[in-house]
Design a protein around this ligand. Sequence first.
Ligand SMILES: *Cc1c(COP(=O)(O)O)cnc(C)c1O
Length: 365
Amino acid sequence: MKSIQLRIPGPTPCPPDVLEATGKQMINHRGPEFAAMVNKITVRLKEFYQTKNDVFILTGSGTGSMEAAIVNVLSPGDKVLSVSNGEFGDRFGSMAGTFGANVTKLNFEHGLVVDPDKVKQALQADPGIEAVLVTHNETSTGVTNDLATISKIVKGAGKLLIVDGISSVGSIDLPTDAWGCDVVVTGSQKGWMVPPGLAFISMSQEAWKAHATARMPRFYWDVTRAKKMLEKGQTPWTPAVSIFFALEVALEDIAKEGFSNVIARHARVARKARSDAKSLGLSLLVADESYASNTVTAIKSPEGVDCSKLLKLLQEEYGVVLSGGQGSLTGKIFRIGHLGWVNEADIAEVTKALKLALPKVGFKV
Ligand SMILES: *Cc1c(COP(=O)(O)O)cnc(C)c1O
């Protein structure tokens, strides 16, 4: 049982066996035990990434893996299409710009899904675009983009497809190879049920080809170094060893449950989160519910309700921790994270708390 309902879109709660693993004694990260562990974990990650591509484990947060994605395959001056329908999409684009990419922005309003036709038009409008940045699941708005269709367009046009799958890989179906995704990144504290500290990146053959001539400055994130060291069962730099211990256990837990069952559970739990919210008289931010995220639900803060007061009350009185909105959505929405170690009973507790708290902040349920 969880005494506190930490229902934010990362860090997510960790099961007891995963937490316990973080307390293990250190090992030599250049020794045989670490090599065995990293090899075993990498095989599992590839399975859940649904890929034969290389997958590397980086020590850093999700944003670090986004930076790794950019600097490993792009050169300053490269034309990049940054597709965004929220905060994390914006972050990806501005990051590419920071490293000197020539970024064209294709933005969609918060709550809307990315329109694949607009992606197609943008690529036709500028044939010089070499790569497309896209967020699979926009955590700031609770919208999952139609990556299957977007990938067909991007790969059909022969462009590099770079995907922020931070809040989707492992929780929402993302068949890396079937969809031709060249680079996909994610972070340990999202659906993986592991503490923050590790991030993962996959590299397709085309990504490696781009890497060979990519000139953005890189050192810590250089995948050539990662590949060389992984051949010896090591990482280039001292890894977050405790989080490796946790990840090893969490991945076996996911395998035991069955990966397709994990994906299905996220869909079920998300459906309950949405229907419960609506039954309380609340409205979802997502404009078209068929694109609602299976890992995070964004709910509009009702007219006249002080969102920060609601969140404070939920935490202090009911032990339910939800997230507010980010950027321009601050005070306008609140979000329920339902990824990783979560089931319908957890959502029921959130709903119960909302039902009691909302009237206290002036909303009749
Ligand atoms: C959480 C998240 C990030 C940022 O990851 P950090 O680990 O906080 O650096 C980026 N993109 C998406 C879609 C996310 O959900």
